[in-house]
Design a protein around this ligand. Structure first.
Ligand code: S3P
Length: 172
């Protein structure tokens, strides 16, 4: 797999709760590549949490910072990069990913996503009266775009090792 990847970064895309960070870490360990998470990098450079960034500057500013951070990380590769759920919606980011990486869409169903996101209150987009309806709407809007990823792997309620192994197979 490493040979096939060459200098390309493995880029995880997909909705909040799809398991991009958990599976990304696992795949990075298997490949012996560094793991980076765009949300984490954004928090480092801004010295703010994502909810605070959204509250103080709004989503547009967050997206601009997200594009810059991901463009920089892609040039630092090869590594394994987990992106925030909205990142791949940017055409510029998709182009940069196509140039420097292999994109992997972790596709999960609504139940799985909701189960995983209730555990943490760190997603400003889901601070709504009906987070489930928001998630459903995001699925409708984003799935046609996530489909452009190079490979798709289903993320279900299985041990992370199983899903990570499926990612490895899809990259081979
Ligand atoms: C977002 C997903 C979050 C984070 C921000 C916006 C989105 O990342 O970037 O809250 O638009 O889907 P995760 O997908 O890692 O939760």
């Amino acid at each position: 797999v490493l040979n096939r990847l060459g200098r390309r970064t493995v880029v995880f895309v997909g909705l909040m709760g799809a398991g991009k960070t958990v599976i990304g870490r696992k795949v990075a360990a298997t490949l012996g590549l560094p793991f980076v998470d765009s949300d984490h990098e954004i928090e480092e450079v801004s010295r703010m949490t994502i909810p605070d960034l959204f509250a103080a500057y709004g989503e547009e500013e967050f997206r601009a910072l997200e594009r810059r951070v991901i463009a920089r990380l892609l040039k630092e590769g090869p590594q394994v990069l987990s992106t925030g759920g909205g990142a791949f919606m940017s055409a510029a980011t998709r182009q940069a990913v196509a140039r420097h990486g292999v994109s992997v869409w972790l596709k999960a169903d609504l139940e799985t996503l909701m189960q995983r996101v209730v555990k943490r209150q760190n997603r400003p987009l889901l601070q709504a009266d009906d987070p489930r309806a928001v998630m459903q709407r995001l699925m409708e809007v984003r799935y046609p775009v996530y489909e452009k990823a190079n490979v798709t792997v289903r993320s279900r309620d299985e041990p992370k090792e199983v899903i990570a192994a499926e990612v490895m197979t899809s990259l081979a």
